[in-house]
Design a protein around this ligand. Structure first.
Ligand SMILES: [Zn+2]
Length: 459
């Protein structure tokens, strides 16, 4: 096979690592970036395949630190194949796979199996996250050294917070030796006991049990103190409350080695979305009083929390955006709010939903792209998230003017659990290139996934 040479020409290239924000051509050869060249009609790319990106934004491929691929064990919700295709549709060329699979990624054997199958069948890069504790039961540390050797990029019991503070302390201590972060789902389950959404007026009106913000904030504060004690690297997933931000700021000021992520839904949706009216408040609560697709952990928060996380992301207090892509089948969502599973299907709407904040002048496009590329790559410590010479040829091409309506039945994901069904978004990833190969193209619908019936088809 002839080596593919690709020239992406005429687009507005935004690469925060190199400080580039101007119209240049991006050149890729043998799967690697070979450089950027001033864009001009005199450029001759005779032996190149040329992609005309005029009017588009050209970004390094997005890196997601928090993805649930459900594989092995829940392949009716998502597989490595469908999940990586969903990633490609969303502009992501790297996803970090959370270990709450069945079996749990708590041994080298399971991690190596995921890596082997991802390399063979995935359309983008999959980096596994290892469990903190055996079976994610929070009783006994997983073989962290063995997992690190197998190639995990960090440790998490995501979904299950490490409740035992001393076990958390030990995990942090071992992680220092291994040079990898601990990612603890920050929730004190006892404070939040029985709650299914954020405590507040909406919960009261719907008669649903509420989780106070302090369930998150208390755990964030504990973890920050333990990270300080052990001098370990802590990464806080899906941060969502004002109180957590106060704790994060003071820890950062004290030099604690901590980073934090926020999800697209915590940046754009508040608890009023639970009513199922896309943020509108009903005059009266009827029999279809809520949308179970809004049930997520941590829960959608108050308007004030949403404004606070936006500001924190914009100024860099929150380091990055991560999706917490959590596909679920219809049976997990067509039920009462109490019974519904936690989680939102995010990969394919992530960029566009947050791009609305750029349109509203709440965050700059440069910062948004940084938080999806250079930011997560820095936490991983890998040569990703930039269009630097020699880096992997991973690119997302975005049409900033494109308006589209979210139709989950068009998702490459096997599941359709999004509260954004029917919502119009502006800005869309139109082409995704991974290692120099086009893995998604909206026009040709390359990468469109059609493996039988979607897990949650028909709402
Ligand atoms: Zn979580």
């Amino acid at each position: 096979m002839a080596a593919r040479k690709l020239a992406i020409i005429g687009g507005r290239v935004i690469d925060p690592v190199q400080g580039i924000d101007r119209v240049v051509d991006v050149l890729i050869s043998n799967g690697k970036i070979t450089g950027v060249a001033s864009s001009s009609s005199d450029n001759a790319y005779d032996d190149y395949e040329v992609i005309d990106a005029s009017g588009k934004i050209v970004s390094p491929g997005f890196v997601d630190l928090h993805t649930h691929l459900r594989d092995p064990g829940q392949e009716w919700k998502e597989t490595i194949v469908s999940g990586t295709r969903a990633a490609a549709h969303g502009g992501f060329t790297t996803v970090c796979a959370m270990p709450n699979t069945d079996p749990v990624q708590d041994s080298a054997a399971v991690v190596e199996d995921v890596m082997r199958r991802a390399a063979a069948d995935g359309v983008v890069r999959v980096l596994p996250i290892g469990a903190i504790s055996v079976g994610q039961h929070g009783k006994q540390l997983a073989p962290m050294g063995e997992l690190a050797e197998a190639g995990v990029i960090g440790f998490s019991d995501d979904g299950n917070p490490v409740a035992d503070a001393n076990l958390m302390r030990q995990a942090l201590k071992y992680s220092v030796e291994l040079g990898l972060p601990i990612i603890n789902h920050a929730e004190d389950k006892k404070i939040g006991a029985g709650g299914v959404m954020s405590a507040g007026l909406v919960a009261t009106r719907l008669g649903l049990a509420g989780v106070p913000a302090e369930a998150e904030t208390a755990m964030v504060a504990r973890d920050l103190h333990l990270a300080d004690l052990t001098k370990a690297r802590l990464h806080i997933p899906h941060i969502s409350t004002i109180g957590s931000l106060v704790a994060l700021r003071s820890a950062k000021e004290c030099g604690v080695n901590v980073t934090a992520e926020v999800t697209p839904h915590h940046l754009t949706l508040n608890d009023e979305w639970v009513f199922g009216l896309k943020g509108e408040i009903p005059a009266q609560v009827g029999s279809e009083a809520y949308d179970t697709n809004t049930k997520v952990n941590p829960p959608l928060r108050s308007r004030a929390d949403v404004e606070a996380v936006i500001e924190a992301l914009s100024e860099g207090l929150i380091d990055i955006i991560a999706t917490d892509h959590a596909p679920h089948a219809a049976t997990d969502k067509v039920c009462t709010y109490d019974e519904a599973a936690h989680g939102i299907n995010v990969l394919e709407t992530a960029f566009a939903s947050v791009f609305g904040l750029v349109d509203a002048s709440k965050i700059s496009i440069e910062r948004l792209i940084e938080s999806l590329t250079a930011g997560p790559a820095a936490i991983l410590g890998r040569d990703l998230g930039s269009l630097k010479k020699g880096f992997s040829g991973d690119v997302a091409i975005i049409d900033p003017g494109s308006k589209w309506v979210v139709d989950p039945n068009e998702f490459a994901s096997k599941s359709v659990n999004t509260p954004l069904r029917g919502v119009e978004l502006t800005g869309r990833v139109v082409t995704t290139i991974y290692q120099g190969e086009t893995v998604f193209d909206l026009r040709g619908a390359i990468g469109t996934f059609s493996e039988g019936v979607k897990a949650g088809a028909g709402q």
